[in-house]
Unconditional design. Structure first.
Length: 188
């Protein structure tokens, strides 16, 4: 379906304005009035596209979440199943290409649980891959919580430092932690 250029332009104005306001204030403080002033549109135009600020945020999150999930599916399709590092490189590329949005999600004004929700959606597929290992399901659940929690913090640190470390280095580091455990970093 072809999207009208005016609709696309209006939504882009709203996205940019919303993200700008997120830098200044918590999500719950962003009002439709303030957003419309920032985007230079009227309230009726806003309501033509969204019912609430939360709906706009939901669309932004959905769009970014789709990028991440698509990378995961492509990793499966391209036989990266045997290469966690390959998937991590693709994931980090998406993060780096969208680092300003990701920074906002990790910021004090952002939705810090958003990244956890995306990973939560990926978990059923990962656990299916891991289930062939004859490991108790509860162990799989706990392992995923541990691994994804640590990975989120490493990615958050990387983004906060403006992705200065090479993404291949970060992917390799996370891959080592995931596949060999923390002691492998210390040579034990």
């Amino acid at each position: 379906m072809k999207v009208d250029k005016r609709v696309k332009s209006t939504k882009e104005q709203l996205y940019v304005s919303f993200l700008k306001l997120m830098k200044e204030m918590p999500i719950e403080k962003i009002t439709i009035s303030r957003l419309c002033i920032e985007a230079k549109i009227n309230r009726n135009t806003f309501y033509t596209h969204y019912g609430s600020v939360e709906a706009l945020l939901g669309e932004i999150e959905e769009n970014f979440g789709s990028l991440v999930k698509n990378e995961f599916y492509q990793s499966l399709d391209q036989s990266y199943v045997n290469s966690i590092e390959g998937f991590l490189e693709k994931l980090l590329t998406v993060v780096k290409n969208n680092k300003e949005i990701v920074k906002l999600f990790f910021s004090k004004n952002g939705d810090r649980e958003f990244v956890a929700r995306i990973l939560g959606e990926i978990f059923p597929m990962v656990s299916t891959l891991w289930s062939n290992q004859n490991v108790d399901k509860r162990y799989l659940d706990l392992a995923y919580i541990y691994i994804s929690g640590g990975a989120i913090r490493v990615i958050e640190d990387w983004v906060r430092k403006d992705c200065q470390d090479d993404l291949v280095f970060i992917a390799s580091f996370l891959n080592t932690l995931i596949t060999k455990g923390p002691y492998s970093i210390f040579g034990q």
